[in-house]
Write a protein that binds this ligand. Structure first.
Ligand code: KIV
Length: 280
């Protein structure tokens, strides 16, 4: 049964209704354990295709497959009860036609139990967004830096810093909004542009390297926890778990080599079984 049957789940229309209201809190998660930890604190959990780079060591998100998104999406749905789960449609699974996009989105929703999908692209994807929304698929848009287009963009640098590029991105956001997206991610764009888009479009904007004026914010969990080596300028590290994990692993390795782990405290003693007294 879809997780959305659970009355406590936040829905896409509820997120859409948060325009200009209480900021929407969102993070990525790719597995049940972290999703469970996030669930009480965030409104939206995105199973982003960034999992290809973060979890699987890929150089870009381009090689990520629908099957990978489904495996991770399912795990995140299983680990949560409350947050809206949004699953990214990966590169090559939705761009060719509206019907391809619908079949992929329907498969993702059916097989994960998630409540919405996200896809990248502005005007060129607007008709597809309309097609999906009309057929019961809530869509989160994504404009600005769109990492799936890395091979044509050439770099992960911020977008919309000059007037010409800013006006293209503004038109992209308008098109996706008019097509019926319930929210739009604005990634790595100049602050005044993110603010302007947020003021102009009807659905809430969710910034990642956008503006504090956005209706919500999202970060990649591993980046904000300090697990990544190199992170973009827009990431604030709320913890520095990378060095902590390495320290813990080094201590474990030392103790195993010194035979001080496991100690008595972590070792099972035999169960004492009382022997019945022998009949005389
Ligand atoms: O894949 C992802 O994690 C994303 C976020 C960066 C918004 O699309």
């Amino acid at each position: 049964m879809s997780s959305q049957a659970d009355a406590r789940r936040i829905t896409a229309p509820q997120i859409q209704a948060r325009k200009g209201g209480e900021p929407i809190v969102s993070l990525t998660s790719y597995h049940a354990h972290t999703a469970r930890l996030l669930d009480r604190h965030v409104d939206v959990i995105l199973v982003g295709d960034s999992l290809g780079m973060v979890m699987h060591g890929m150089e870009t998100t381009v090689p990520v497959t629908v099957e990978m998104m489904i495996v991770h999406g399912r795990a995140v749905v299983r680990g949560t009860k409350r947050a809206l789960i949004v699953v990214d449609l990966p590169f090559g699974s939705y761009e060719a036609s509206h019907t391809e996009a619908f079949h992929t989105a329907a498969r993702v929703l059916k097989e994960t139990g998630a409540g919405a999908v996200k896809l990248e692209g502005g005007r060129r994807m607007a008709e597809t967004v309309r097609f999906l929304v009309d057929r019961g698929v809530p869509v989160m848009g994504h404009v600005g830096l769109t990492p799936q287009a890395i091979n044509t963009l050439g770099s992960f640098k911020a977008r919309g810093r000059d007037d010409a590029e800013a006006s293209i991105i503004l038109d992209d956001a308008r098109a996706i909004a008019e097509a019926g997206a319930f929210s739009i991610v604005l990634e790595a764009i100049a602050e005044p542009l993110a603010r302007r888009i947020t003021e102009e479009v009807a659905p809430p904007t969710i910034g990642i390297g956008g503006s504090p004026a956005c209706d919500g914010q999202i970060l990649v969990l591993e980046d904000m926890l300090g697990l990544g080596d190199r992170v973009p300028k827009f990431v604030k590290k709320y913890a520095n778990l990378g060095p902590d994990i390495e320290k813990a692993v080094a201590s474990y390795a030392d103790e195993v080599r010194a035979r001080t782990f496991p100690s008595a405290e972590h070792t099972y003693a035999p169960r004492l079984v009382e022997k019945p007294a022998k009949a005389s």
